[in-house]
Design a protein around this ligand. Structure first.
Ligand code: SF4
Length: 60
């Protein structure tokens, strides 16, 4: 079954079970973003906390 795409959430993490696989979008209606740092300063400090390890998309 083709996963839906939420065009409001662009994402390139094809290893995530929630990735649309078809294009670079998330399939969820909403996601949660958080940080693993006490004082985040750059984008590398923040994470998608809705990530679930899934089967990588074959074509990516
Ligand atoms: S849950 Fe997060 S990491 Fe996973 S596809 Fe959606 S936005 Fe990307």
């Amino acid at each position: 079954m083709e996963k839906k795409k939420n065009h409001c959430i662009e994402c390139t993490v094809s290893q995530c079970a929630n990735h649309s696989c078809d294009e670079n979008y998330c399939a969820l209606d909403k996601i949660r973003v958080g940080t693993h740092e006490s004082n985040p300063t750059v984008s590398q400090c923040v994470d998608c906390e809705s990530f679930i390890l899934g089967t990588p998309c074959d074509h990516k």
